[in-house]
Design a protein around this ligand. Structure first.
Ligand code: PMP
Length: 397
């Protein structure tokens, strides 16, 4: 049966992660995989999450099936968190198998409702976006979305997005990162969101927002403001929410798919999302969603979660600033490096090509992705100088 099965080419990201693990050098740095690490180099269980788990264990609920849409209280809590009042009365939310599952069922929904739709995707983008969209049978129309000016890949170009929307057909879909762009670290500002919102409205394009890093950019409400603005203005939108990063629940697979629709369409939307889920995994896992519901539903836990998330965010900011401060002034003064100061969230894409990235890992045991992405949240304060020294060495020799 498998004699003619071709081996897929290895995922370049995991290939780097494996190379890091195999590297015996003591000071090696893993900046490949997108997880937050604390000063001890550990990915912590957040305080509010640990407390919610304790409570859930004492409550010992049944393990009975919950339903195809997952836990309704979770869906409501996520809607409130992400959208506040935006789109109220027009929202359909189902619990999904993490952010990836949300992207997947939403792509499936687009394919069922509009088989010929194209998805406009600004590239570079999250490594799994295009595979998920294609797996659903959608056509991907890629366009470069970074500034062509001296800041190079360091700055997002709103104009590039507006141009892509201007060339779209009504009913096409525009994929957007809600905040903290992966892999570039660029972030749309408020005017950018307003301009893109008006453009999609005028063109009849449906926005599809991927929200994975809320709370880790400028602040929780600031990171969600663009999505909320959009949701309040447009008649239809798709929003994929991941609980992995903001709650540190990576391996619990917590997420939600939110659909904004016009009156009378919600039943068909929910029914289709449930049919898609049923054919694949039937029901999402419950534990992570129960934790998130507990955290968001209890004022004390919610406040503590926000405080800890904010501390994570400001720690990432200081790691980025520390790295840039430690760069050789001959580099730090260049626009392509200065652009990194405006980056937000775990990632920045360094203005380095694949050869320089390979040099970084070969000679300095510093592992990012071949595309130049580094997870700054994978550093400790003590390692910031080492990263800067390695970059100085690679670029200046
Ligand atoms: N979207 C983006 C932009 C991501 O970076 C990721 C994870 N790296 C996801 C979605 C999916 O996250 P998960 O399935 O782990 O929730």
């Amino acid at each position: 049966m498998f004699a003619s099965l071709p081996s897929p080419s290895p995922d370049p990201l995991w290939a780097q992660a494996l190379a890091y693990r195999a590297d015996p050098r003591p000071g090696r740095l893993d900046l490949v995989v997108g997880v937050y690490r604390d000063e001890a180099g550990a990915t912590p269980v957040m305080r509010a999450v640990a407390e919610a788990e304790r409570r859930l264990a004492h409550r010992a609920p049944s393990k009975e099936y919950v339903g195809l849409s997952g836990c309704p209280a979770f869906a409501e809590a996520v809607e409130r968190l992400v959208l506040a009042g935006a789109g109220e009365g027009r929202r359909t939310t189902v619990q999904t198998v993490a952010g990836t599952g949300a992207l997947h069922v939403l792509a499936g929904l687009v394919a069922r409702t509009r088989p010929g739709a194209r998805v406009l995707v600004g590239t570079p983008t999250y490594v799994n976006h295009v595979p998920v969209l294609r797996a659903a049978g959608l056509e991907v129309a890629a366009f470069p979305h970074l500034d062509a000016g001296p800041a190079g890949r360091g700055r997002a170009s709103v104009q590039a997005v507006l141009d892509a929307v201007a060339g779209a057909r009504p009913g096409d879909v525009l994929l957007l990162h809600g905040c903290c762009h992966n892999p570039t670290g660029t972030d749309l500002d408020a005017e950018g969101w307003v301009a893109i919102t008006e453009a999609v409205l005028a063109a009849g394009v449906v926005p599809f927002v991927d929200l994975a890093y809320y709370g880790l950019g400028r602040g929780l409400d600031e990171d969600l403001a663009g999505t909320r603005h959009l949701a309040a203005r447009v008649p239809e939108a798709l929003i994929a929410v991941s609980g992995s990063k903001a709650f540190g629940l990576y391996n619990e697979r917590v997420g939600a798919a939110i659909v904004l629709s016009e009156p009378g369409h919600a039943g068909a939307v929910r029914g289709t999302l449930e049919a898609l889920a049923r054919a694949e995994y039937s029901q999402p896992p419950h534990h992570g969603a129960a934790i998130v519901t507990e955290v968001l539903g209890d004022p004390a836990l919610l406040a503590d979660w926000r405080t800890e998330l904010d501390a994570m965010r400001s720690r990432i900011d200081s790691l980025r600033a520390g790295f840039l401060d430690a760069l050789d002034p001959r580099l730090a003064g260049l626009p392509q490096w200065q652009a990194l100061r405006a980056h937000r969230g775990m990632f920045s894409t360094l203005p380095l090509g694949p050869e320089a990235m390979s040099h970084l890992s070969r000679e300095h045991a510093v592992y990012g992705t071949p595309g130049g992405r580094v997870n700054l949240a994978g550093l400790t304060a003590a390692q910031v100088g080492r990263l800067a020294e390695a970059v100085n060495g690679v670029v200046l020799g």
